[in-house]
Design a protein around this ligand. Structure first.
Ligand code: HPA
Length: 271
């Protein structure tokens, strides 16, 4: 604790949040966690039997989301296969300036509840012109351009199979049309310049966004298997002549919502 009584240790804070979730919902643990990004929030009612619906902002260590359209609830769901899933309908972004521990607090809370499988979703700019807005793309690997990490000290985590091949195969079994790509996390909050997008391409990137990679690092530290899916909400800056607009990013998510809802439902049932 510090002078204001707040917990400084992020793992102790995650434990506190996990205990709060357990005592207010009656669950003793969970198997799966989902983080729903821009465009991914409809159809949560199809994920299974709802057990609880909590306001994230009221849980220890979480705070209200900064961006309209990035809602913040924690749904607890029993899936068709009888597994317990935690569904985060909002996330803290790095650009909010609350620090990296706040960005990965949901992942660490899920880990404290015993979650072993994490599904990370986001809205992203696409570098491949063959991916129109509304295209979901599996994350095969990532590049973290934030210059930050949730790890402290000599925490040498293997990142070789961060994006679990077995889970990607499972997803392709459900939707064989899913392409794969390398997700590049920029710090944001400004969208990229066309030159930054060209740099991302030279580096091997296929998708640009402002989330996900830092969460994946924390999840690997916790030993989780991770599946990631980006929804291409727009062509990345300079890929077409169009300017980028947050409202259009949200609208692309809306337009794709029924496809994404089916994909999520089938994935969660299979995880
Ligand atoms: N860049 C960064 N983040 C994004 C984008 C983008 O083009 N689209 C949706 N989120």
């Amino acid at each position: 604790m510090n002078a204001t009584g707040a917990v400084n240790d992020p793992f102790a804070l995650a434990r506190e949040a996990a205990d709060h979730i357990a005592s207010s919902t009656g669950i003793t643990g969970a198997d799966i966690a989902l983080v729903l990004g821009s465009g991914w929030k409809s159809g949560t009612d199809q994920l299974g039997e709802p057990l609880a619906d909590l306001d994230l902002a009221e849980l220890p260590g979480f705070s209200a989301p900064a961006v309209a359209g990035h809602g913040g609830r924690l749904l607890v769901v029993r899936t068709a296969a009888g597994r317990t899933a935690l569904v985060f309908t909002g996330r803290t972004h790095y650009y909010e300036g609350r620090g990296v521990a706040a960005v990965v607090h949901g992942v660490r809370t899920a880990a404290a509840l015993g979650v072993g499988t994490l599904l990370l979703t986001n809205g992203a700019g696409g570098l491949n012109p063959a991916w129109p807005p509304g295209t979901p793309v599996l994350i095969a690997d990532h590049i973290n351009l934030t210059g930050a990490t949730p790890l402290t000290g000599a925490t040498f985590i293997d990142m070789t199979t961060t994006w679990t091949p077995r889970l990607r195969e499972l997803a392709r079994g459900i939707d064989p049309s899913l392409d794969e790509g390398v997700y590049v996390q920029f710090p944001g909050p400004q969208y990229e310049t066309p030159a930054e997008v060209r740099m991302a391409r030279v580096l091997g990137g296929d998708l640009v966004g402002m989330s996900t990679a830092l969460e994946a690092i924390a999840a690997r530290e916790a030993g989780m298997e991770i599946l990631g899916i980006s929804l291409v909400t727009n062509a990345a800056a300079g890929i077409t002549d169009a300017a980028l607009d947050h409202a259009e990013v949200l609208a692309a998510g809306e337009a794709a919502s029924s496809r994404l809802a089916v994909l999520l439902r089938d994935l969660v049932g299979a995880l």
